[in-house]
Ligand binder design. Structure first.
Ligand code: 5GP
Ligand code: MN
Length: 334
């Protein structure tokens, strides 16, 4: 049950002195929480220096975590020996924020992630798809290093696991995730109602309008087994919203009775479509995302398609239909 942290990871972290912590673009609760937790530990309990240059586009609902930066947001020079890259398994998804990627050619790269796509690109890699969140892996590392789970660290890791498990509802939620969170709640004396309202009951007016656009534009196939939601550029413009605040909109589609697969299309520009894919149970949308140059998990993935909106929708609908065709005999067996 206990996840063993590879010795190479423990050694590499112990050997580092000056760290830069990086996550992925479009930061989410898991990347931010994981980055903040390990940064706080390195600075406050492990006598290291750590810096978090990004992300620049910190979502508003995670502003409450910013207080845990605790000095790590300060400017730093190029004298860095270790890059810790969290929750980001594709090199081209690293959020370099205002740092030049080539600034630290000598620095050792440690990659810690629970996504499965891509070739590991670090000098030391720990990729464990069994972990519900990178935050869970950070908990294991900190525990192995004898950390004290202060309220700063506990709130950061709890937020990481809370959000990556969809408030402990997705199929990646395990007894282990709950056990870790129970320890964090106790050690950090966390105010769960406050964290929940910061993250989930914090809609902006713009977000509300985006929900409206996406739901109004929903297309339904196969008796609601397939749902396609769209935020098209024209509607986003006419309702004066942006594409910044759309996380979770696809969950409305996954709340429909009988739905098996869903996609949200965001028409960023005429030939750039950001796609979020979700499925329930056996259907693997991660494989579809990988095929389109993106990635993610079995039940939650994403990609960017460089083609017009109507074509992107056709391509994904066809892939979704293929899933049903491929499993017609399996589906009847139960
Ligand atoms: P979302 O739909 O919430 O943006 O992403 C769902 C999952 O797919 C996340 O775990 C995210 O890391 C992954 N993902 C989304 N878009 C991309 C992408 O363009 N490339 C890769 N490699 N992974 C993605
Ligand atoms: Mn994650």
């Amino acid at each position: 049950m206990m996840i063993e942290v590879p010795t190479a990871v423990i050694d590499a972290i112990s050997e580092g002195e000056r760290f830069v912590i990086l996550g992925h673009r479009d930061p989410d609760g898991d990347s931010l929480g994981s980055m903040l937790a390990i940064s706080a530990f390195l600075r406050e309990q492990f006598r290291k220096e750590s810096f978090m240059p990004g992300p620049l586009d910190w979502p508003e609902k995670f502003f409450f975590l910013e207080k845990h930066l605790n000095g790590a947001g300060k400017p730093f020079d190029d004298n860095i020996d270790t890059l810790l890259i969290l929750d980001c398994s594709a090199e081209n998804r690293i959020d370099w924020a205002n740092v030049e990627p080539n600034s630290f050619p000598e620095a050792r790269r440690i990659v810690i992630d629970h996504h499965r796509e891509g070739e590991p690109f670090g000098d030391v890699n720990w990729i464990d798809p069994r972990a519900s969140a990178t935050g869970e892996m950070i908990f294991n590392i900190l525990e192995a290093l004898g950390a004290q789970f202060t309220s700063d660290i506990a709130e950061s890791i709890y937020s990481a696991i809370l959000t990556d498990t969809g408030r402990f509802t997705y199929s990646n939620t395990t007894a282990k995730s709950l056990e870790i969170c129970a320890k964090l709640v106790q050690a950090g004396n966390l105010d769960l109602a406050d964290i929940t309202s910061q993250v989930y009951y914090n809609f902006s007016e713009e977000y509300l309008r985006n929900i409206g656009i996406a739901l109004y534009n929903t297309r339904v196939y196969r008796d609601s087994k397939i749902l396609l939601l769209t935020l098209d550029k024209a509607s986003v413009k006419s309702f004066s919203t942006t594409f910044d605040d759309t996380e979770g909109i696809i969950d409305f589609a996954m709340s429909v009775r009988g739905v098996e697969v869903a996609a949200l299309f965001k028409e960023i520009s005429r030939n750039v479509i950001r796609v979020s894919l979700r499925s329930r149970g056996k259907f693997d949308v991660g494989a579809i995302a990988v095929e389109m140059g993106g990635g993610g998990h079995h039940n939650a993935a994403g990609c960017t398609m460089e083609m017009p909106l109507s074509l992107a929708r056709d391509v994904i609908l066809r892939r979704f239909e293929d899933l049903f065709a491929g499993s017609s005999s399996l589906g009847e067996r139960h």
